[in-house]
Ligand binder design. Structure first.
Ligand code: MG
Ligand code: ZN
Length: 197
């Protein structure tokens, strides 16, 4: 247990929040599958600075089933995280902790094939992060770019922030999944508008 914890954190989904989503040739938009092609948002460091300045820890909470689905190796997964951290550290910023779920119910690699409690929309990773960092989940925010992030945040008792634009489709999905974020912002750089309140 950290002795000097701030007791509150802004949890950050990784892809679509700290690094850009990728447009693939087949038309789908998804997470990066290689460190080389991973692009950290140019304003990510500035955004994390704002989180620290407001008195919150910045903790990554991310599903990364790509290893389990054989889209990339475990080494590549580590390299991608390293690229994000290096890019931030060159601008004088650090992440306070990182939590990843590597499981998938239909994993191609046996050790990751699991109906775990940590894959979002389940709140397992958030609950673990709170225990290990001495956080009060009610004082925490969870920022993500998908409804599963909002669902996990709600289940953990956090305030939720969705990055994106409201559309009819999103509105329908929110109703269907009973998952409405407390806030919507266009990008992580606007996080101070939410946590500053
Ligand atoms: Mg995402
Ligand atoms: Zn998991």
């Amino acid at each position: 247990l950290k002795q000097f914890s701030k007791n509150r954190a802004v949890f950050l989904d990784r892809d679509g929040v700290l690094d850009e989503l990728v447009y693939y040739n087949d038309g789908h938009v998804g997470s990066s599958i290689s460190a080389k092609k991973l692009v950290v948002y140019s304003k990510a460091a500035e955004a994390v600075k704002k989180i620290h300045a407001a008195g919150y820890e910045a903790i990554v909470v991310s599903n990364q089933a790509g290893v389990a689905r054989k889209l990339f190796s475990y080494q590549e997964f580590l390299k991608m995280n390293e690229k994000i951290k290096m890019t931030l550290s060159r601008k004088g910023v650090h992440l306070d902790a990182e939590y990843y779920c590597l499981h998938h119910p239909r994993a191609l690699i046996k050790k990751y094939k699991k109906n775990c409690n940590c894959r979002k929309p389940k709140p397992g990773l958030l609950i673990r992060a709170a225990k290990e960092n001495n956080l009060d989940l009610k004082k925490c925010f969870f920022v993500g770019d998908s409804l599963t992030d909002v669902q996990a945040g709600i289940r953990a008792g956090c305030k939720t922030v969705l990055i994106g634009q409201m559309t009819d489709m999103l509105n329908r999905q929110m109703k269907k999944h009973k998952a409405t974020p407390d806030y919507m912002i266009g990008g992580l750089i606007q996080i101070d508008e939410v946590i500053g309140k």
